[in-house]
Design a protein around this ligand. Structure first.
Ligand code: ZN
Length: 428
């Protein structure tokens, strides 16, 4: 942290590991490699490339990414067991910068019901795993699975021991998405305060979204002292997913006054990375997803569209181009008003008189009653219809030239700024 109170946060992307292990999100090695290249371009610090012992495909993907991607640290997951660590170490062999990420559950619930281990057995396995992993690399991360539901005294004892054994990053996951922001902030602050050698490691947060709190909890963990955030593109991951990278990063950009941390993410690549992930997995992002959803920069309500056309800042807190979205979309639908119709017509090269705009607007709302939104082709059809209807009247003997001239008189007195009707929709 510098004098301004702004700290540097390491972005650890686990799209290819936690994200990929969710149902419906599996990827082939070439697909993972494409994603890894996009994550490199995006500027993530660490790419968790897979869990090599889990399958030969995972091991192959970790090897391919270790070979092909040179700038970020490549991490591989391993349980706190010798064969896992050997497998991870071998898969990472050709990486320029490598990290072994080893984990064991520390909560009584997991130890008793899942692992059938005592505290002492868990403690010893954790320390042995770190010692072993250090033979492959100096960059070793330890995760205490279900950390947020673990006994705090025991957890602190394990953390101190693994740091002494050579762990350089300590990740404390909210594995089941159970924590709340106030709780997780206090949790990190208390551990950093209690563990005597806490200054020898970077603390990391890994939050799941079961209660929709993954990003809020990650931000709170940073306030509590975490300096690495684990996240995924589009927030994919086990069950309800992980903290979404794009949301974390954009909070730090848009609200730098409140979220006092910086990352090395090149935000203009966010949208393309998100799109690549949906293309590769075939899993669409929900339309209203923050930052990357189809509607994140779309406006249909007339009051909003009118505000946007006058000054984008009325309804837009960030510029779409800052996250790589080409432009704001003004969606024409039943909530839209004349101002938006006029703008969209102008975008397709059509200038309407005030009278034409009124009729075009009514035709647009008729279409919008039947369909969810109105396309540029619909608008062209509306213009054709308007101009066709104008023709017979103009065909009266002797009047054609005059009528045409009248029809072509656009808009001098009805200049765009004279339009005050902006339709309906939600003002708040
Ligand atoms: Zn997870």
């Amino acid at each position: 942290m510098d004098g301004s109170g702004i700290c540097d946060v390491v972005v650890f992307d686990t799209t290819l590991r936690d994200g990929e292990q969710a149902p419906g999100f599996s990827m082939t090695t070439p697909e993972k490699l494409r994603l890894a290249r996009a994550l490199d371009r995006l500027g993530v610090d660490i790419i968790e490339a897979g869990f090599p012992l889990a399958s030969s495909d995972d091991a192959e993907a970790v090897k391919a990414i270790s070979n092909g991607i040179r700038r970020p640290v490549i991490a591989a997951l391993a349980r706190a067991a010798e064969r896992d660590i050997v497998c991870a170490g071998e898969a990472l062999a050709s990486a320029q910068r490598k990290r072994i990420h080893t984990f064991i559950a520390t909560s009584d619930l997991h130890l008793e019901r899942k692992l059938h281990m005592t505290h002492d057995q868990c403690f010893n396995a954790a320390v042995a795993a770190i010692t072993h992993a250090r033979k492959y690399t100096d960059d070793v991360q330890f995760s205490a699975e279900d950390a947020t539901r673990s006994d705090l005294d025991f957890l602190c004892r394990v953390i101190e021991a693994v740091i002494n054994a050579g762990a350089t990053t300590i990740n404390l996951p909210d594995t089941v998405g159970y924590s709340t922001p106030d709780e997780i902030e206090a949790f990190f602050a208390s551990i950093l305060n209690r563990v005597p050698n806490a200054d020898k490691a970077i603390f990391s947060t890994h939050c799941h979204n079961d209660l929709g709190l993954a990003v809020a909890n990650s931000l709170a963990a940073v306030r509590g002292g975490a300096r690495q955030v684990e996240c995924t593109i589009n927030g994919i991951g086990e069950r309800a997913g992980n903290a979404a990278l794009e949301e974390m990063v954009m909070v730090s950009r848009v609200r730098a006054d409140r979220a006092k941390f910086t990352t090395r993410i090149h935000t203009q690549h966010i949208f393309a990375t998100s799109q690549l992930l949906t293309e590769v997995t075939g899993q669409a992002v929900q339309a209203n997803k923050a930052i990357v959803g189809r509607n994140a920069f779309a406006h249909e309500a007339g009051i909003h569209q009118d505000g946007m056309l006058k000054d984008r800042r009325t309804y837009e807190i960030m510029r779409p181009e800052d996250v790589g979205v080409e432009s704001t979309t003004l969606v024409l639908g039943k909530h839209s008003g004349r101002h938006a119709v006029q703008q969209r017509m102008s975008d397709i090269g059509v200038t309407l008189t005030r009278a034409e705009l009124d009729r075009a607007y009514r035709l647009m709302t008729t279409i919008a009653d039947e369909r969810k939104n109105v396309t540029d082709d619909d608008l062209r059809a509306i213009v054709a219809q308007l101009r066709e209807q104008a023709e017979p009247a103009a065909a009266a003997p002797g009047s054609r030239k005059v009528a045409k001239a009248a029809g072509a008189r656009p808009a001098a007195p009805d200049a765009p700024h004279a339009l005050v009707e902006f339709g309906y929709g939600h003002g708040v």
